[in-house]
Structure formats: C-alpha cells, structure tokens
Write a protein that binds this ligand. Structure first.
Ligand code: MN
Length: 223
C-alpha cells in the first residue's frame, strides 16, 4: 500500500485506447488540487459487470482506495457488508460514469451512485487521532460520510488478512463495511433502480446513451 506508483496495477489491467476510463496520467495535482483544509472525497459507483456490484472508493494520499462490495453499502447497522479490496484508482475516477467496452477489464456499465466527502475518525487506544492511511494498513478505519445518499459513521475492518504478508495469492484479505452510527433505515439500494448522483440516470439509461453529457447539473438530464 505504501508503493510509490499506486496506479500501476490499475493501468496494467486496462487499455486506454479501448476504454473511456481515466488513465490517471495527469497528476492529480494538475487539476483542482484539493486544498489542504478540504475533506477527502469518496464515491460509490454501481458497476453492472459480469456480476453486479458496488465499488466503494475513499481518497487516501492521492489515490482512490477501492473495495468491491457485492451487496452494496447498507444504512442498517445490523448489516455487515463484504468488501473485497481492488486496485487503487486515480482520483479522476470519482467522476467516471459510462460504459466499459465488453471484453475489456471490468466491461459493463458504471454509474456514480453516491459521492461526497468524508471525515476520518480513526483513533488509537488512547483516543488519539491516527493517520487514515496508517489505520488502513493496520486493517481498521472509521469515518464519517457526507454524501448525497450515505451520511454518518461507517467502519471498514479487515479480517484474516495476516497470511497476506508472506506474498502469493492465497488468502486474499477481505473487509467488512458496517454502518456504526444510528441507522437511517432503507437498508441497501436496488442497483437496477438506483439513480446516479451525478446525472440522475439509471444503469439502463447510461447503457443506452453512454456519451450524453452527464455534468449538466442544473438542467438535469438532457436529450
Ligand atoms: Mn467494479
């Protein structure tokens, strides 16, 4: 996780002449460098790939740390959601909505289901704040989401990730995403009916017109 080029795996999986996903080549600093007093971003995308899943991404140290969550995040504190770590994504990916060509890595439709910022709230045993990246490496983070849909305290916790250190593919670590604050009800969204926080569109609408402008926030959908 402390590798310098955290996007190497991301780039290695994709052909940027065949996918409209961002390459992350432009240094994150070039565009809209987040002011230091700004909270880091998060995004939840719905990805209708070979298996439908949600992609949960938190901005940490210049990249989007990513987990694939088959059932999606829940607003019910009783639900523990399996979260499988995936490769770091470039920051620009938080705006990605569209269709990844079939046959390419992750082929299928993607919508931005929720987005916003988060406040890291991880503490050590003596209640002192811990750097988020450090807490992640140790396998447990807590944070307060300020999204358009998800709001409140969540925790991500790794389990049986120990044997990972010896290398190799055996025993991939798995994480759980849990709502830790008061639940708001509603549970988990139905991915096929869910609408994009960015464009108001469903997966089907994006699949039918992947290239229509999606950043027209005042007029809503166009065309
Ligand atoms: Mn995905």
């Amino acid at each position: 996780m402390s590798e310098k080029d955290g996007l190497r795996t991301y780039r290695g999986k994709r052909h940027f002449d065949r996918t409209s996903e961002p390459s992350g080549e432009r240094a994150a600093k070039d565009e809209a460098a987040p002011a230091t007093d700004e909270e880091p971003a998060f995004v939840v995308q719905i990805h209708d790939a070979s298996t439908m899943h949600f992609d949960f991404r938190l901005e940490v140290d210049g990249v989007l740390k990513s987990w694939s969550i088959p059932k999606g995040p829940s607003t019910d504190p009783h639900d523990k959601r399996l979260a499988i770590p995936t490769e770091d994504h470039p920051l620009e990916y938080r705006d990605f909505e569209g269709v990844i060509t079939r046959g390419e890595y992750g082929g299928g439709t993607v919508i931005v289901w929720d987005r916003g910022t988060y406040r890291p709230t991880s503490h050590d045993k003596r209640k002192r704040p811990v750097a988020f990246g450090e807490a992640l490496e140790k396998g447990h983070v807590t944070f307060d989401l300020h999204g358009e849909k998800l709001r409140g305290q969540y925790a991500l916790t790794r389990f049986h990730g120990r044997e990972e250190k010896s290398g190799g593919d055996g025993g991939k670590p798995t994480w759980l995403l849990v709502r830790t604050g008061h639940g708001t009800g509603g549970g988990t969204p139905d991915p096929r009916r869910a609408r994009s926080a960015r464009s108001g569109r469903t997966l089907r609408q994006v699949a039918e017109a992947p290239d229509s402008p999606t950043w027209d926030t005042n007029g809503g959908e166009r065309g």
